[in-house]
Write a protein that binds this ligand. Structure first.
Ligand code: GLN
Length: 456
């Protein structure tokens, strides 16, 4: 009840939600009745969760932040949402995002701009900005986002919350609107590591509705954390930590660098073996990512034709319906990505762009594999700066893309990464949070949670 009141109270300033559930209060009262009656409760009974609006929900609209899907109501829940509901969670609403996940500030939503709760004149990050802001402003307890190139980790950093990007294929993508299918993963936000661990447990694991979803066992992330609390004073003794040199150099805010260096020293103090390491392919990630992501998007977004889903504009010839619906429904950034992707895939340019980018992707994967031979985890900033002002980068797509430098490599390699708040820089009424990114080998989310726990 308290959260739901707060959700409505601060929503006019933050604007995290594109849609708020009408039944959440009733569902919460039902849980209260079960508690009063002493009935046995499912693990997430009554936990209020926000869901990014590119994740399908059967009882609420799901627009992907795009006007082309205005009013669209899916006939099914995404697997992650279904599992949350089965565990007793209550979906409080659908959170704002950059259209189809394409952006880094949530200013690219087809509907509204979300404010950063730490400073209302700043962006919450993106594309899962609504999900991060909603947890940060305590409008819900936890939330789901999606991360194709950093969309969970960068907003977690900007909003001062915990954000988890699981290993690619750890969580079913069934019901997640496809942006770049070889990179997309559903992730989660919370205000503590324990919240994120519990949420990850519920949404992870094999799903026959997503043929790419991993069949691997899901460890009990939450339970492992509890047992940690009883350990000795140096729980990370001997853990090899690689601080990625390329992420603390030129172009990165001095305040961000010192917060991350302080975090590294803290780990060392706790018994970790700290190495500064180099990922030689680091700077190749950004161009490769934008070519591959746009290429996949240009194909994935062909399904929005005004016939099968959402808003139809024009009549008569089918080709005219396609043209008008897409011209009207998509925003400028999405159109630009479709054009870039179509160009990169076209005959005559394929070898120079798409194929080359795939080769770079293989190289990046190899560099991470080498680094992981000598290190248990890698650390870096989650973003080169703290949250910036609304409007600051909207006319400069390249500056916006450059802000993804810390996160995109991890998606290209398919690895899991966790962001935890590790300090502040000056700005806003109370300072602006800085996030530490912790990266592990595939399927080692448990390690990330263990290290992240130290920063709480
Ligand atoms: N900002 C990146 C992009 O626009 C990443 C977005 C995401 O992870 N969905 O592609």
């Amino acid at each position: 009840g308290e959260y739901l009141d707060r959700l409505h109270k601060v929503e006019p300033q933050i604007r995290s939600f594109l849609h708020v559930s009408e039944s959440a209060m009733k569902e919460a009262e039902e849980v209260d009745r079960m508690v009063a009656a002493g009935r046995e409760l499912p693990p997430l009974a009554g936990v209020l969760v926000g869901v990014k609006d590119n994740i399908c929900t059967v009882d609420m609209p799901s627009t992907g932040g795009s006007k082309i899907l205005k009013g669209y109501r899916p006939a099914f829940d995404a697997t992650a949402v279904r599992r949350l509901r089965e565990a007793g969670a209550i979906v409080v609403g659908k959170t704002n995002l950059d259209e189809f996940g394409m952006g880094s500030s949530t200013e690219g939503s087809g509907f509204q701009v979300t404010a950063n709760p730490w400073d209302l004149s700043r962006v919450p990050g993106g594309s899962s900005g609504g999900s991060a802001a909603a947890v940060s402003a305590r409008q819900c307890v936890v939330s789901l986002g999606s991360d194709t190139g950093g969309s969970v980790r960068q907003p977690a950093s900007f909003c001062g919350v915990v954000g988890m990007k699981p290993t690619y294929s750890r969580v079913s993508r069934f019901g997640l609107m496809a942006y770049a299918s070889s990179l997309d993963v559903i992730g989660c936000f919370g205000s503590s590591i324990a919240d994120v661990a519990i949420l990850l447990n519920v949404i992870s694991g094999h799903d026959r509705l997503d043929s790419t979803c991993s069949k691997r066992d899901v460890p009990d992330f939450a339970n492992e954390l509890v047992s940690l609390n009883n350990l000795d004073s140096k729980p990370l003794k001997g853990l090899r930590v690689g601080l990625i040199r390329e992420t603390i150099g030129e172009g990165v805010d001095a305040g961000v660098v010192s917060a991350v260096q302080a975090a590294a020293s803290h780990l060392e103090h706790l018994g970790c073996v700290l190495n500064e390491i180099s990922l030689p392919s680091f700077s190749l990630g950004l161009p490769a990512y934008y070519i591959l992501a746009s290429s996949e998007a240009s194909s994935n977004l062909s399904r929005y034709d005004g016939v099968r889903y959402g808003n139809q504009v024009g009549n008569g010839e089918l080709s005219s319906i396609y043209g008008h619906s897409r011209a009207n429904g998509f925003g400028d950034e999405v159109k630009m990505r479709i054009l870039m992707g179509t160009y990169a895939l076209s005959a005559g340019y394929y070898d120079a762009y798409y194929k080359r980018a795939q080769q770079v992707r293989t190289l990046i994967q190899k560099c991470f594999r080498d680094a992981m031979n000598d290190n248990d985890i890698l650390i870096s900033p989650a973003a080169p700066s703290a949250a910036y002002k609304i409007g600051e980068k909207t006319n400069n797509p390249l500056a916006m893309y450059a802000g993804d430098i810390m996160t995109v490599n991890v998606n290209l390699a398919g690895l899991p990464a966790l962001v935890v708040p590790c300090g502040f820089v000056d700005g806003g009424p109370a300072g602006l949070p800085v996030g530490l990114q912790i990266i592990a080998a595939a399927f080692c989310e448990d390690k990330l949670l263990r290290v992240g726990h130290i920063f709480e």
